[in-house]
Design a protein around this ligand. Sequence first.
Ligand code: SF4
Ligand code: SF4
Length: 330
Amino acid sequence: MNVLSPRDIGIILSYRCHSACKHCLYNCGPGWEKEPISLQTLREALEAVTIWPRTPQVHFTGGEPFLHYPLLLEGVRLARELGIPRYLETSAGWCIDHAEAVERFQALLDAGLQAVLISCSPFHAERIPPARTLRALRAALEVFGEDRVTLYLPEYLELIQLFDVDRPTPISEYVERFGQEATHRFLWQGYGIISGGRSGYELGHLVPRFPAHSFADDDCRLDLLFAHHSHFDLYGNFISGFCGGLTAGDWHELPQLLVDFSEGRYPPLIEMLVERGPYGLCEMAEERYGYRPLPEGYAGKCHLCVDARRHLLNNAQFEELRPTGFYDNF
Ligand code: SF4
Ligand code: SF4
């Protein structure tokens, strides 16, 4: 398989979102700037996607893409014009009226949208009343039919309805009802939480913590070079894998980027992570920039990576630490 050849590219219309979920890998939330991607940049991003010999599918995402509904519609039309397979993902935070939801999904279907993914988890339910998730699901099924609607993850549908569906449910209520160990099992393991973004800080108390050196054997070659799922954001960042706040380069320069990566030329932090993983990054940050590892340890390798990167952002100059808003929105 070629390097930097994802099968699925998320187009981040903006990082803005109602929710600021604790498990969000991209630190999305209401604190980000309101202005979404411009129509021109959206077109350029979609055109860039077609550069790969095998065109990946795209998903329109954020943040919450329905915050920019007219732009979302336009994006779907453009992707159809360019022959790119396309779906969207939504948190359903906007879904307060069934008729409006049906109308919006219908317009998206007419514009050429092929499928819908709706987020469903106790992490989302901390911010989004489950009634909205249920409403979005019903409306999407009505318009797109069962085969073209994915609930991510369906095993949580019952769980999020155990509490009052008209209000958000804090994770602490699951801990109170089921205990810390069971909550850890069905939330952290059940969802397959990655410890990047906010999750190491916000949910790390649910899992055992490990010292930095326990990640010494973990490099990020596969995560960064051979990720199936990646993102183009509105600022031009090519975010490989699930590595929020770390850009592989500018997707406007995708042809050159693909040549550089296939010949093993990476930006310095990417090179460090590919070769030596987050422990190498941590050692470099300690030796050269005065980073101090967290005495309580880390919830996973990405938690270590994000924590070292936060320090580097404030104490060094690395172009890969983009978008900077990621580091302002923990
Ligand atoms: S996980 Fe989704 S819903 Fe939650 S903050 Fe991130 S983008 Fe928003
Ligand atoms: S440790 Fe860093 S580079 Fe590696 S997968 Fe996690 S976030 Fe990405």
